[in-house]
Design a protein around this ligand. Structure first.
Ligand code: ARE
Length: 580
């Protein structure tokens, strides 16, 4: 037994309220060390040592560890508990608040989860985990000629040209509304737009006016119409909120530039010295020295209130379903907690998604965000599906780690993307291999978490780093990779028809060279998927005979003792209930 591997803590993700009547507990051990683990628990005020006992289930496993968990309940939700672990030879260990005991001590000093306060409970957002997300970069999606837009001095580039950092293509809000039938045809259910508020750039991350839709995109009325029509079609909408920085032409920063030390807005920013100057960039900005994006000082209560009002305004005005927060990891936790209150008060089931490219446990405990853009997932997919750099053992190590650092609900709500407006497109990462894109997409949709499609990936648009990943969408079906498009449609349908994919667990079943299989299990239903990432045909022995239905074709599948897979292929099936 590896005692060093044993771990429990009374905080997330090892202990937390699942809902107001249930406590989730987890224990980590070295892989394969134990045959049985039980949790003993009782009301913490009960003086008699009469414990309820629950066997713990092995819910996760990675290269090094097994993770056991159980859900406990007690009438008054005040928990005292300890663990009993039995190894394969029958040897017993105990774990209590003080650590691991090889010999049972006279008194076990139990762990305590003192009380479940209902107002602290995070239950997750059901609609979010069932979503299929689609990201749109508004300047590049569709240009309607019937829109009320003001292009001003800007010269528009011809639709289809290669974008530069400065090009404007004239995509607009009405244009998106006109393409709702397309979005329905594709099947997506959640739309995320990069910023829409007034701003001089094509990407609009330098906000000039948080209360105004950019005139080149359209009007408030057109925006309301877009959201309402999306809702009619069962599509939720999330706006981008840039609360880390403003544009340098935002009124408060302009006031600072004009009145300097006398400006009543000087504390809205982080200024190094006076006079503040855009040339010297003697103030904090987004990243370093990006003069046109001065960073907001969220410690300042007036600045903070301003942004909270903005957040409330757009939900009330348009009915949107939440926000994606730009540079979220540089906003303060205290601001995020306030923001959550405002957002939830305004719309109970609205969500907050953070743009955080790294691990984000602190943000995802339940009092701040509901989800993040899962870039670690993207990196793992590129390293494995596009480049074949990680072994499958390493790949799953990364993915399981990415799940086990969060509480359960969050793992179902992570936005699992293959690319975005800030990264090369996946098809470019595969050097144009559409088969690899299809395999990665299939995996993404069969995996745990919300699948996320970057506009145009579904028709075969490629493109390297920003600005090349921001090409215009094509509306000429002659240009499309129709096979790819139909594949995306089918994959989205498959996801939506199978709740196991949005609710179920994730278990790696087999790894053999470049072939692997995994299962998703929920309420007695089981989906099994096999992938062959090798270019060559591979035949793999199976432990048992498997029968089921192919999720794509609906045909019966019988795997009698082995599975033969063509190079770069996959099979997803719902398994028939096994007779044991
Ligand atoms: C411009 C250039 C880029 C350059 C960037 C930073 O075009 O090539 O990388 O400046 O110097 C918006 C525009 C961009 C523009 C940028 C600045 O869309 O085109 O880029 O403004 O003018 C970090 C942040 C993350 C941020 C990315 C871009 O953590 O928040 O960088 N993403 C958001 C938006 C962007 C937006 C902004 C922020 C600014 O999604 O579109 O940019 O509002 C490591 C780090 C990450 C880092 C990442 C990439 O992984 O750990 O934290 O992300 O590298 O640099």
């Amino acid at each position: 037994i590896n005692i060093h591997a044993l771990h429990h803590q009374t905080t997330i993700p090892y202990a937390y309220a699942k809902d107001k009547d249930h406590l989730y507990v987890r224990l980590r051990t070295a892989r394969d060390d134990f045959s049985e683990i039980k949790v003993y628990y009782r009301d913490r005020y009960l003086t008699k040592n009469i414990f309820k006992i629950r066997s713990m289930k092995k819910s996760y496993r990675d290269i090094h560890f097994d993770y056991y968990d159980a859900v406990l309940d007690l009438p008054r939700n005040r928990y005292a508990y300890y663990f009993l672990l039995r190894d394969h030879e029958g040897k017993v260990l105990y774990m209590d608040e003080r650590g691991v005991w090889e010999k049972r001590p006279r008194v076990l000093r139990h762990y305590a989860f003192p009380y479940i306060a209902e107002e602290d409970v995070y239950e997750g957002e059901d609609w979010l985990k069932k979503s299929v997300c689609y990201q749109i970069f508004p300047d590049r999606f569709h240009r309607s000629e019937n829109a009320e837009v003001v292009i001003g001095e800007k010269k528009l580039s011809p639709w289809g040209d290669t974008p530069t950092t400065r090009s404007h293509f004239g995509g607009n809000i009405k244009g998106i509304t006109e393409k709702i039938p397309y979005l329905s045809e594709l099947g997506i259910t959640l739309l995320y737009f990069t910023p829409l508020f007034e701003s001089t750039s094509n990407h609009k991350y330098n906000t000039k006016d948080y209360y105004k839709i950019d005139p080149s995109f359209g009007t408030l009325e057109e925006t309301k119409e877009l959201v309402a029509k999306c809702h009619e079609k069962g599509i939720r909408v999330v706006f981008d909120a840039v609360f880390n920085h403003t544009g340098h032409d935002f009124f408060a920063f302009e006031d600072v530039l004009k009145h300097q030390e006398e400006s009543r807005y000087k504390d809205w920013y982080h200024l190094d010295s006076f006079p503040v100057s855009k040339e010297k960039v003697n103030y904090y900005t987004f990243a370093n020295y990006i003069a046109y994006m001065p960073k907001i000082n969220l410690k300042n209560l007036a600045a903070r209130q301003y942004l909270l009002d903005v957040a409330r305004y757009w939900i009330e005005e348009t009915g949107i379903d939440g926000y994606r927060l730009d540079v979220c990891d540089e906003l303060s936790h205290s601001f995020l907690k306030d923001l959550r209150k405002v957002v939830k008060e305004t719309k109970k089931d609205a969500v907050i998604i953070g743009e955080i490219m790294h691990e984000a446990e602190d943000f995802l405990e339940g009092s701040e965000l509901d989800s993040i853009m899962n870039y670690p997932f993207r990196h793992a997919m590129i390293d494995t599906f596009a480049r074949g750099e990680l072994s499958l053992e390493e790949f799953f190590q990364v993915l399981i780690h990415n799940q086990t650092i969060y509480r359960e609900e969050i793992t179902h709500q992570m936005l699992n993307l293959l690319g975005s407006h800030d990264t090369p497109r996946f098809l470019t990462e595969t050097r144009g291999s559409r088969v690899k894109l299809m395999l990665a997409t299939a995996f993404q949709f069969l995996y745990k978490g919300v699948p996320y499609v970057y506009y145009g990936d579904e028709i075969g648009i490629s493109g390297g780093m920003d600005p090349l990943c921001r090409r215009t969408m094509s509306w000429d079906r002659e240009d499309w990779d129709m096979e790819l498009f139909r594949f995306f449609q089918e994959t989205i349908r498959m996801r939506k028809e199978n709740d196991v994919l949005s609710e179920g667990d994730f278990q790696v079943e087999m790894i053999s060279g470049k072939v692997f299989s995994f299962s998703r299990n929920h309420n007695g239903k089981r989906i099994l998927a096999f992938f062959n990432l090798d270019n060559r045909l591979r035949e793999i022995e199976l432990k048992e005979k498997l029968t089921g239905t192919d999720l794509y074709t609906g045909e019966n599948v019988v795997l009698d003792g082995s599975i033969k897979m063509k190079g770069l292929s996959f099979l997803a099936m719902e398994e028939k209930t096994r007779e044991r």
